[in-house]
Design a protein around this ligand. Structure first.
Ligand SMILES: Cc1cc2nc3c(=O)[nH]c(=O)nc-3n(C[C@H](O)[C@H](O)[C@H](O)COP(=O)(O)O)c2cc1C
Length: 213
C-alpha cells in the first residue's frame, strides 16, 4: 500500500521547510552559478559532523560545460562496462534505471547522461583508509544540498561519480592516489519541479521498557 506523502508540521522552521523542499533536480537552466554561491554551499558541507572530527572531505569543482560533458560521457561508458563485467544481464535497462531515464535511450548520443546538464559538478573525495568516509561524505553532501536550496539553487547527489576513477579523464581532476571519489553533488538553477516522492512510514519502532528483554 502506498504511504501518504509526508508533510511538515504547521509553519515549519526555515531549516525544516528547506529539508522538505529539496528535490533531486535533473534539468537545469543554461545559467552559470556565481562563484560565491558555490563557495557558500561548500562551506556548509564543511560544517557537517564527521567521525572523530576528521573532516575527511575534499572538493574538486568543475564549472566548464565542455569538461563536464566529457566527464559525463566517459563515466557513463565506464559504468556500463562495469555492469557488463559484473554480469548484470539487462545492462541497458539497469543503466537506464540508475541513470534515471524512464524510457529507451542511447546514452552515448546524450549530451550529459550523468550530470543532467548541471553547470556545476563537485566531486567529493576522502582518504581511502578512512572507514567512516562514506558516512561523513553523505552528511557533508546533504549539508551542501540543503544550503544550495537555501540560496536559491537546486542540486542532485550523483553516485555514478564513483566511476570517474576509471575514466581516461580522471588525471585532469588531480585527485591523489591516497584519495577516492565517493560522490558528486551537482548544482544549478533548476528547470523542473519534480514531484515529491512518497516516503515510507512503516519504519519506526519505539522500544518500550514493558516489551521485556
Ligand atoms: C547516494 C546517492 C546516490 C545517488 N545517485 C544518483 C545518480 O547517480 N543519478 C541521479 O540522477 N540521482 C542520484 N541520486 C538521487 C536519488 O535518486 C534521489 O535522491 C531519490 O530518488 C529521492 O528523490 P529526492 O531526492 O527528490 O527526494 C542519488 C542519491 C543518493 C542518496
Amino acid at each position: 500500500m502506498k504511504s501518504a506523502i509526508l508533510t511538515p508540521v504547521k509553519e515549519p522552521a526555515e531549516t525544516i521547510r528547506i529539508i522538505y523542499e529539496r528535490r533531486a533536480v535533473r534539468k537545469y537552466k543554461n545559467k552559470p552559478v556565481e562563484r560565491d554561491l558555490i563557495q557558500e554551499v561548500i562551506d556548509a558541507g564543511r560544517m557537517a559532523p564527521s567521525a572523530i572530527n576528521k573532516q575527511p572531505w575534499k572538493f574538486y569543482v568543475l564549472t566548464e560545460k565542455e569538461m563536464i560533458r566529457s566527464f559525463s560521457k566517459e563515466i557513463a561508458a565506464v559504468a556500463i562496462k562495469e555492469f557488463s563485467r559484473s554480469g548484470i544481464r539487462n545492462i541497458v535497462k539497469t543503466a537506464s534505471h540508475l541513470l534515471h531515464f524512464s524510457h529507451g535511450f542511447d546514452f552515448r548520443a546524450m549530451e550529459d547522461p550523468v550530470f543532467h546538464g548541471a553547470p556545476v559538478v563537485i566531486f567529493i573525495t576522502a582518504p581511502r583508509d578512512n572507514e567512516w568516509a562514506p558516512l561523513d561524505i553523505g552528511m557533508c553532501a546533504q549539508n551542501m544540498m540543503l544550503a544550495a536550496k537555501a540560496v536559491g539553487l537546486d542540486s542532485c547527489p550523483v553516485g555514478f561519480a564513483k566511476f570517474v576513477g576509471n575514466t581516461k579523464l580522471y588525471p585532469r581532476l588531480t585527485v591523489p592516489d591516497s584519495e577516492e571519489v565517493f560522490l558528486s553533488v551537482i548544482l544549478g538553477y533548476g528547470d523542473e519541479h519534480p514531484e515529491i516522492h512518497d516516503r515510507r512510514k512503516n519504519n519506526v519502532i519505539f522500544i518500550h521498557e514493558s516489551s521485556g528483554y
